[in-house]
Design a protein around this ligand. Structure first.
Ligand code: PRX
Length: 642
């Protein structure tokens, strides 16, 4: 497969960019013409950011799985590996699924879904570990037009229940358990606990992975393997790919925002497919035959777009890894690179920082010469991490792509194109064609003056749509408008702050809203505070981020506790456990400080600015505290800082 829309030089990038802005409809129509449509669109774009309403490829009909599977087989690439699966335990056999094999399995499982009553438009929640059956389940949903909503394996029963309820899902697909390093993590028992609250769920399909004993509820739960056997006895029928409108929902993915409740970000079939594929081909500069290793979990958007849909639609070979980077030792990524001769390694700064801490010994004897390109995503990378990655993994010869994007944007928006446009340490650099970033001040005025450090600095907004922009938040369009399109009318607001240089390069500095980015995972402070406040004895809490060497941001919680604090250490553990139960272990606070009050304005608003400074240890830079209801509380908090 060649990629007619692959940009090959800086000049070509500039031409593409110009064309995409001057005449977006013809630019994206040309890109879309290289995909498989069941029926061509009538109109390319209908967009206003006020409602908001964004529609691409109107009345076009397609099925994304025909683009990810059928068309490659038709083109004679059926025997090429589509997915390579590296298990948690290096002693266990890895698996390779060619395009033909993946096609076969997707059809088989699509039939299982049909047999279990799943129809087009139904929501299916998927809570599985990183096993090859996870992509199979996702693609099988897409094959029959069911809307998948993958829930990251680290979320708690309560988080699952919230998501299943919000999505009004009647079907769940899970595993008995998952392996992560030395741990065997139960999944089905967590689903069981969640579903006590979700009476609408009619069917749970359970894959065997860890052989952990699980309870199977009669009439509701069935084994994946038994269902497959039934399909086999029917002779493995081929499942017709459902005809989907370009604007039909493909998936929902929940993400945290500044309010307490996660939002179900909705992506649709046509625009998302084009955007995931276009960015994969251009940002990674994928060449046919290369092995692409994205270390993300498919439970996050990065896995959706750059393990599954982008690579598969581009006919690439995508490697997925079940385990963790530090088991059996901190050389695991490098073993994988060596074993499969990986060409592209795409990971998160937090993984780089944690591996950096082990020094160079884990790299010894590992052949990394196959690597052509390194990538990072999910959070700002620090200079030291960038340099370590560049010198020791890329041997100072591989470009690093720093890809900035969000769940809501579907795929990359700002990034250098590997080897085509220049990288700049810690800078995401230039916008992709179709993407118009601009920096604004609090009032929405575009920043036209440089700061004292020579950069434009402001809140990052995006003007005009690109095909992969979210369409709505599931079941609540007003929430989508409020969250993204109301702060600065006419613009999409990202929630991030950024710098821009004279050449138009962007550097993302981090969230400017009440969202934390912990190890590349987005967690809302309101969601965290709600969870902490659920603990018996907690009266009120306030959560802020502080700089953390490995996680990027750590979670610092200030807690007012009403009960007697006989054992602070134990109470901290209890609160952490509560957070684990309510959200998941990823949200456990790193530090909990008990306080007798919180710094509040006279109108009762918590002054987080002050708490952030205290958490960072900037005790002499607290700014004006005179407007506080009780300025003395600040001294107490300062003195007892952890
Ligand atoms: O703050 C930005 C940060 O991650 C946020 C999006 O998180 P999520 O929706 O979970 O998606 C993560 C994977 C795309 C952004 O608002 N972020 C993402 N990429 C970068 C980044 N911050 C700095 N540099 C990046 N390359």
């Amino acid at each position: 497969m060649s990629y007619p829309f692959q940009i090959k030089s800086l000049e070509e990038y500039q031409q593409h960019y110009q064309k995409s802005i001057q005449d977006p409809e013809s630019y994206w129509a040309e890109v879309a013409s290289h995909f498989e449509w069941k029926k061509k669109w009538d109109k390319v774009l209908d967009c206003n950011f006020t409602e908001p309403k964004v529609e691409w490829f109107i009345n076009g009909k397609l099925n994304i799985t025909e683009n990810c599977l059928d068309r490659h087989i038709k083109a004679g690439k059926g025997d090429q590996p589509a997915l390579i699966w590296e298990p948690n335990d290096p002693e266990e056999h890895h698996r390779v699924l060619t395009y033909k094999e993946l096609y076969f399995k997707v059809n088989q499982f699509a039939q299982v879904l049909l047999n279990n009553g799943v129809t087009k438009g139904d929501r299916v929640c998927i809570y599985m570990g990183m096993v090859p059956e996870l992509p199979v389940a996702i693609l099988a949903c897409a094959r029959i037009g069911a809307i998948h909503s993958v829930i990251f394996g680290g979320f708690s029963a309560q988080s699952i229940a919230d998501r299943v309820t919000d999505a009004q899902a009647e079907y769940v697909i899970t595993c008995d358990g998952a392996y992560r390093g030395t741990k065997e993590i139960p999944l089905k028992p967590v689903i069981d606990e969640a579903l006590v609250q979700c009476h609408g769920v009619k069917r749970v399909i359970v894959l065997t992975r860890t052989r952990t004993p699980v309870s199977m509820i009669k009439g509701r739960d069935v084994w994946w393997e038994d269902e497959i056997k039934k399909v086999e006895t029917l002779g493995n029928p081929k499942v017709e790919a459902a005809e989907m409108d370009a604007e039909d929902k493909l998936f929902i993915l929940y993400t945290s925002g500044s309010t307490g409740k996660p939002k179900g970000v909705v992506h649709t079939c046509g625009g998302y497919m084009i955007w995931a594929t276009y960015t994969f081909v251009n940002v990674f500069q994928y060449q046919p035959g290369e092995i692409h290793f994205c270390t993300a979990d498919i439970g996050w958007i990065t896995g959706h777009s750059y393990i599954l849909y982008g690579p598969l639609s581009a006919g690439a070979t995508s490697l997925m890894f079940e385990g963790i980077p530090t088991w059996p030792d901190a050389g695991r990524f490098w073993d994988i690179v060596d074993k499969y001769k990986v060409n592209i390694l795409y990971t998160a700064p937090t993984a780089i920082r944690s591996l950096m801490a082990y020094g160079l010994q884990p790299l010894q004897g590992k052949d990394l010469s196959s690597i052509r390109l390194l990538g990072t995503v999910g959070e700002p990378i620090n200079e030291e991490g960038w340099k370590w990655y560049y010198e020791n993994i890329g041997k100072s010869k591989c470009p690093i792509i720093d890809t900035w994007w969000q769940t809501e944007t579907g795929a990359c928006l700002i990034s250098n194109l590997a080897g085509v446009t220049a990288h700049k340490p810690c800078w995401a650099t230039l916008p992709l064609p179709g993407v118009q970033p601009l920096l604004v001040d609090e009032k929405g005025n575009e920043i036209t003056e440089k700061d004292s450090d020579g950069y434009y600095k402001g809140n990052l907004c995006l003007n005009g749509p690109w095909p992969g922009i979210l369409r709505t938040t599931y079941g609540d369009h007003e929430r989508c408008r409020q969250n993204y399109f109301a702060t600065y009318p006419g613009l999409y607001f990202t929630g991030d702050g950024a710098l821009k240089d004279d050449q138009g390069n962007f550097r993302i500095t981090g969230r400017v809203d009440d969202v934390l980015n912990v190890s590349g995972h987005r967690i809302g402070t309101a969601e965290l505070e709600n969870a902490i406040n659920m603990h018996n004895g907690v009266v009120e809490s306030a959560v802020v981020a502080y700089q953390h060497d490995v996680k990027g941001q750590g979670i610092y919680a200030f807690v007012i506790y009403s009960g007697t604090l006989e054992n602070e250490h134990l109470t901290r553990q209890d609160i952490s456990l509560t957070v684990s139960k309510v959200i998941g272990a990823i949200a456990k606070p790193d530090k909990i400080q008990f306080v007798s009050g919180l710094p509040k304005t006279r109108s009762g608003k918590i002054m987080r600015r002050i708490l952030r400074k205290i958490a960072e240890g900037e005790l002499n830079q607290l700014g004006d505290t005179t407007t506080l209801l009780d300025p003395l509380i600040v001294d107490e908090i300062k003195n007892n800082r952890i």
